[in-house]
Write a protein that binds this ligand. Structure first.
Ligand SMILES: Cc1cc2nc3c(=O)[nH]c(=O)nc-3n(C[C@H](O)[C@H](O)[C@H](O)COP(=O)(O)O)c2cc1C
Length: 194
């Protein structure tokens, strides 16, 4: 798998790991050992959250297990085309109520931090980790029996890198690390001038 930093260049000297994480679609179809997958969840566990509420909730299905169809069938048709070679599919949800019963303001924000830890750790271990919004959120809630106080946030596919040639044709040209807007597009000193 191409390292993101082989194709991307930051404008300022950030750690290479931020550039190395990207979202390939080519995966090999090999399974993942549960212990290996747990390392990614462990990284997510150490994300910061408001009041240390840790509102993230993750459900997963590994390929060749009875859980796999529950997750795979949630995907839209386009994501199914490449996720067929994933080793695991994960649904990230967040709990909008803290353990002490208060409404959480930052449950989605905190869960985003956990997802990024998950993705960075997966990349460091040589896995493809690819986030997805292209799935049926309502069905995910029903099928996975996610309680009402939780918001379904996103899914992710995890797998071993595969060959670009095996990807469906329309994905091949897009199989490269993307660029970013410059800092000036989203950072300003003082009031909002963006
Ligand atoms: C929350 C989220 C949802 C995404 N949804 C999809 C998706 O449904 N299908 C897909 O192919 N890529 C999806 N992506 C991948 C993004 O397009 C990708 O992260 C973005 O273009 C930046 O590229 P990079 O991750 O390679 O740096 C998603 C990414 C995130 C973080």
């Amino acid at each position: 798998m191409l390292k993101g930093s082989e194709a991307r260049h930051s404008d300022r000297p950030v750690d290479q790991s931020f550039l190395d994480r990207w979202s390939p679609r080519a995966m090999s179809g090999e399974p993942i050992e549960p212990a290996d997958l747990m390392v990614l969840f462990e990284a997510a566990r150490w994300a910061p959250s408001s009041g240390n509420a840790q509102p993230w909730r993750m459900m997963y299905g590994r390929r060749d297990t009875p859980q796999w169809p529950l997750f795979f069938d949630l995907l839209n048709d386009r994501n199914k085309l490449w996720c067929v070679n994933a080793a695991a599919l994960v649904v990230f949800a967040s709990r909008a109520i803290t353990d002490s019963g208060r409404a959480s303001v930052t449950h989605s924000y905190d869960t985003g931090a956990a997802w990024e830890n998950f993705a960075l750790q997966g990349t460091l271990k040589g896995y493809v980790v690819h986030g997805m919004q292209g799935f049926n959120y309502e069905r995910a809630k029903q099928v996975l029996e996610i309680p009402d106080e939780c918001r379904v946030e996103a899914m992710a596919a995890v797998g071993r890198p595969g060959r670009i040639e095996d990807l469906e044709e329309t994905f091949r040209a897009r199989e490269k690390p993307s660029d970013r807007k410059p800092l000036a597009a989203f950072v300003c000193e003082g009031v909002y001038r963006l």
